[in-house]
Design a protein around this ligand. Structure first.
Ligand SMILES: Cc1cc2nc3c(=O)[nH]c(=O)nc-3n(C[C@H](O)[C@H](O)[C@H](O)COP(=O)(O)O)c2cc1C
Length: 445
């Protein structure tokens, strides 16, 4: 991550804020104000460690971080890496102590852990990736979990029941040894956000995205692997039987996620450098939406491409936090494919509440074009699918405590054999003179 930041600094593509700012709300305010801009904060009131935020706010910034800025198909390439992960999780050679010049007992209060929103329960680690071993294997699972600072060596982690929870069930006493990685290489950050099948280590996906160049260190207390060039590593364990109140904390939609009983992490050792950079993801920001939405996009594309000839585009709309509303542009093989695609999207991505399906000539990222398709190609009496009482997301405050939701699908595609001339967008005959006039008027406006 540091090499990437250095490159951004040289290219003046990251804003280096030298004015002294506090971890208490001040850094979060700046990140909130410019969500598409990457920041390095180099003068922190409470800590000698610098902070990076909004580091990967867009797909194009992530492609740049992966060393492939011209990549035309990020989603497709990630899917390929998931389908064909590297055989190895990366090169591991014991505990590489020299990677960090501070290898010390836990005191997380020396880190510039941010307080984000007004009513948050406290300071939260938001870019912490938990590495835990699948029981009986050499492979680690990676997943992001927000962590509330309780004391120098205690954190409360929000753990939605997925792989980490499942791992805990395979360990007697449900005390799971973990390492927490903050500021890993970009491919590891990306891979940790993916929702893969149980048993497949995200390191193997990251290693594929890095062409086999991922280098890992064992942890100091356990053999759990962490990238050697991680900015900060915390080691300890989660006790799933020892819970405390976690929250409120602002989540993806920018609303407060409530208070729950969640497991406590005990941090035993810490590893960092004098020039380490602490990474923060502002909850509810563009960056948060990108990494929550990307795994859903992969699942939606996969489900659609199995049943229709072509998927032109999938837009998980930014205003729906890149997570709840989806516009897909497709080619149909036959009538009924519009509605089947709606069902496939809902089945592939449970948080979705609204799916709009448009024909392949409509750009799903151009909301005016999508609305034009609704105006000219859609009739509510035959184009709507409503599903009640289905699984949604607890992040949607309107779905109540159960996360059960109603879903709306809109099929704005034309029947396959329909006479397209009636639906064609009219054009004016091209004229080079008119084009020149238009161009000169554009230049002068
Ligand atoms: C920035 C960010 C923050 C996240 N915060 C949490 C969280 O607090 N708790 C949680 O259970 N999942 C959180 N997630 C989602 C999981 O990390 C994600 O679903 C992950 O892929 C789960 O890994 P698994 O499939 O190995 O279980 C977050 C994801 C991102 C990108």
């Amino acid at each position: 991550m540091r090499d990437f930041i250095e490159g951004l600094l040289q290219a003046r593509s990251i804003t280096n804020v030298e004015r002294k700012l506090s971890t208490d709300s001040e850094i979060a305010s700046v990140l909130f104000a410019f969500q598409d801009r990457s920041f390095l904060f180099s003068n922190i009131k409470e800590s000698g460690i610098r902070v990076a935020g909004n580091l990967y706010p867009t797909q194009s910034r992530m492609k740049q971080a992966l060393g492939n800025p011209e990549d035309q198909n990020l989603a497709g390439n990630i899917s390929k890496a998931i389908e064909n992960p590297s055989d190895s999780k990366g090169h591991v050679s014991g505990f590489v102590k020299s990677s960090w010049d501070h290898n010390v007992d836990a005191d997380v209060t020396v880190l510039p852990i941010l307080r984000h929103y007004e009513k948050d329960a406290g300071n939260y680690i938001t870019a912490g990736i938990v590495a835990a071993k699948f029981p009986g294997t050499d492979f680690e699972n990676l997943s992001f979990h927000r962590m509330l600072v309780l004391s120098k060596n205690k954190l409360a982690a929000r753990i939605v029941p997925r792989h980490l929870e499942q791992i805990s069930k395979g360990i007697s006493g449900r005390k799971v040894p973990i390492s927490i990685v903050i500021g890993p290489p970009p491919a590891v950050f990306l891979a940790a956000s993916l929702q893969t099948s149980y048993g497949l280590s995200e390191y193997r996906i990251a290693n594929r995205l890095m062409n086999g160049k991922l280098i890992l260190s064992e942890s100091e207390l356990t053999d759990i692997s962490v990238p050697v060039d991680s900015e900060i590593v915390l080691e300890g364990y989660i006790d799933f039987k020892d819970v405390t109140k976690e929250g409120p904390f602002v989540d993806l939609t920018g609303t407060y996620d409530g208070v729950r009983e969640q497991p406590i992490i005990t941090v035993e050792r810490m590893h960092y450098n004098s020039n380490s950079v602490y990474q923060a993801v502002l909850a509810g920001s563009m960056e948060h939406a990108l990494f929550m939405g990307l795994p859903q996009e992969l699942k939606i594309r996969d489900a659609l491409s199995k049943s229709i000839p072509k998927v032109h585009g999938v837009n998980l709309t930014p205003a729906s936090s890149g997570y709840f509303h989806c516009i897909v542009s497709i080619d149909k093989a036959g009538d009924g494919d519009g509605k089947t695609s709606i069902l496939n999207c809902f089945a592939a991505s449970h948080p979705l509440k609204l799916v709009i399906v448009v024909d392949g000539d409509i750009d799903p990222f151009n909301l005016s074009e999508v609305e034009w398709a609704l105006t000219t190609r859609f009739q509510a009496d035959r184009g709507i699918v409503q599903i009640n009482g289905a699984r949604g997301s607890s992040l949607d405050p309107s779905s109540g405590k159960t996360g059960v939701t109603s879903k709306l699908g809109i099929d704005a595609t034309l029947p396959v054999k329909e006479d397209r001339t009636k639906f064609e967008k009219a054009r004016i005959k091209a004229s080079s003179v008119a084009s020149e006039v238009i161009e000169s008027l554009r230049d002068n406006s």
